[in-house]
Design a protein around this ligand. Sequence first.
Ligand SMILES: [Fe+2]
Ligand SMILES: [Fe+2]
Length: 265
Amino acid sequence: MRTSAEWLEYFRGNQHRLPPTLGEGAGAIDPALRAALVRSLGRFYLGETGEGRIAQEARQSDDPALDDAMCECITLYVREEGRHARALAATLEALGAPLPKRHYTEAIFRRGRRLLGLRTKMMTIAAAEIVGLAYYGLLAERVPPLAPVVRAIARDEKQHLAFQAEYFARLITRGRGDAGVRGAVVGAGYGAIVSCAIATVVIDHAPLLDALRVPRAELAARCGEEAMRGAAACRALVAAYAHATESRPARPKVTNEVSVLSAGA
Ligand SMILES: [Fe+2]
Ligand SMILES: [Fe+2]
């Protein structure tokens, strides 16, 4: 449970870090792996190129989970995704590959996101964090020369997922109406969107998984573990916010006393 100011401090402190580079490591990558790796990294590069509109939408919204500091956090969050895109672009360049043109899965994801409201958009980005964490973790283990680049990206993605848990926990506990109903709606949406994201990444990156001799079920299971971790983090925050609200002393009713005092003055 971090305050908005603490989140902003984190994002501000992280914003001047340079993207990691593959450098000499490119020569150590198995040539038989390159074609599948370049294709797969290119898809993630397109996904990381970001959705700048969400920061503006957040600033214009009256979302109860967002204050000014949280809105600035979203702006910096989107910039971090841009940094990931630059790191992947440099990696592709080190591998001698051109930057990819738009791909239909990324285009569908991007256009679909534009049709959605802020909250659903945040959830699609949370789903991207989940598959990104699993994917970059897998690459760090199976393609060691890539480890410095993908581990650095995964460190940011882990914080992004924690930020998403914070956002949704605030949304559930601060919105209008019944928090239990809101929690159920958020949970159902999360399950559906994350399932689609996992299916897409496993199908889309099958050639790389085959080249690495990684069963598709392994990537799906890793994504599932990250999704469970994200859900557990959100549940813990919801419980913490609910507890904080219950243990806060009731505000004294001063209205009548003030009017009595005013009347006597
Ligand atoms: Fe990213
Ligand atoms: Fe991210």
